[in-house]
Design a protein around this ligand. Structure first.
Ligand code: ADP
Ligand code: F6P
Length: 354
């Protein structure tokens, strides 16, 4: 079995609350095993340019509660080139880094796969507010973002109630409606629009008009950004014209990506970080740490990436060639599980919200 002298940790892609808690866990577990830890700054950019410093037990103190990432993040197109990869490998040799824990989303995991193929074993930790990594039930940052959205909508509701208004609120999530569906339930929204399920402006206006007749004064409509940036402002106009309810539009944008991580994200990050460090040190590579049914497990990164493509309907010719029948069946089961979970949320929202 490979023995490690020095591992690196990096955070890459969009930041997510809880990344720091995961960095802390990885560092503490590795250091306790006598393995040196190097902080790699600005994701793959820092790996290419050698922005690297040793990390001790105390360097990760007082960060479990902090949002963003103390290692900073970056998007690094150069890393996708052979020259960029070669520079990254040279940096690893120069600094004696013989394994990496990479925190980020699917782009980060693609990079980790390439690094592993070039001889640097990598383990990924899924960090994104979007919860759009199908191999895990939850990603680090998702819970915090949902709680932030809920808190902000509670505030909007106060003022909507006072003025008998509607507020159309666009929330982040990239192509995934997870944040929108959950927060629609938690904030008692009058309607929710996500890319995963059909929606109609007429249906939404009817719902608002019917609730108005029942005496409702405040109306919140949550729109996931995945349906397109022009949709939510146009819907706000339409609601006002059709129902006569004065309607405002708010795009919450990056404000929901910052802030102190929730307890749930701190615990998830601590569990995933611990598992990731142990997994790397026991010789695993090219795996991503996932939470399935409340249990932390490791999944092959290639499996996770192709599963996402299958879920999004973007499989390319030959994508499934490397997988056994059992693995393909498992992918289909993972997708069914995810879809039925989202459908449950959508159904509950429709049944109980006015
Ligand atoms: P996320 O990890 O949140 O999905 P990105 O898609 O921006 O964020 O990816 C983060 C970084 O990972 C990119 O800036 C790039 O350096 C690296 N990366 C993304 N896609 C690939 C790829 N196909 N091959 C190698 N590296 C990649
Ligand atoms: O993936 C996280 C996320 O915040 C998405 O919800 C959003 O679509 C995107 O990143 C925004 O990216 P950027 O920070 O580059 O504007």
């Amino acid at each position: 079995m490979k023995t490690f002298k020095r591992i690196g940790i990096l955070t890459s892609g969009g930041d997510a609350p809880g990344m720091n808690a995961a960095v802390r866990a990885v560092a503490r577990v590795a250091l306790a095993r006598g393995v040196e830890v190097m902080a790699i700054y600005r994701g793959y950019s820092g790996l290419i340019n050698g922005e690297i410093k040793p990390m001790g037990m105390r360097d990760v103190s007082n960060i479990i509660n902090r949002g963003g990432t103390i290692l900073y993040s970056d998007r690094c197109p150069e890393f996708k080139t052979e020259e960029g990869m070669q520079k990254a490998i040279d940096t690893c040799k120069k600094f004696g880094i013989d394994g990496i824990v990479a925190l980020g989303g699917d782009g980060t995991f693609r990079g980790a796969t390439d690094l592993t193929a070039h001889g640097i074993p990598c383990v990924g930790i899924p960090c994104t507010i979007d919860n759009d990594i199908t191999s895990t039930d939850a990603t680090i940052g998702f819970d915090t973002a949902m709680n932030t959205v809920t808190e902000l909508i509670d505030k909007l509701r106060d003022t909507c109630e006072s003025h008998a208004r509607c507020n159309v609120v666009e929330v982040m999530g990239r192509g995934a409606g997870d944040i929108a569906l959950n927060t629609a339930i938690a904030s008692g929204a009058s309607a929710v629009v996500v890319p995963e399920f059909p929606y109609s402006d007429e249906g939404i206006c009817k719902r608002i008009a019917a609730a108005k007749k029942l005496g409702k004064r405040n109306f919140i409509v949550i729109v996931s950004e995945g349906v397109g940036s022009e949709y939510a402002p146009a819907l706000a106009k339409k609601i006002q014209e059709t129902t006569g309810v004065e309607t405002k539009f708010a795009r919450l944008a990056h404000i929901v990506r910052g802030g102190n991580p929730t307890l749930r994200d701190r615990v998830l990050a601590s569990k995933m970080g611990t598992y990731a460090a142990e997994e790397l040190l026991r010789g695993s590579s090219n795996v991503v740490v996932c939470e399935k049914m409340n249990k932390i497990v490791a999944r092959d990164i290639n499996y996770a990436l192709i599963l996402d493509r299958m879920y999004k309907g973007t499989l390319k010719d030959g994508d499934l060639d490397k997988f056994s029948e059992e693995e393909i069946a498992q992918m289909k089961a993972d997708i069914e599980y995810k879809k039925s979970h989202l459908l449950d949320l959508f159904t509950v929202e429709h049944k109980i919200n006015l």
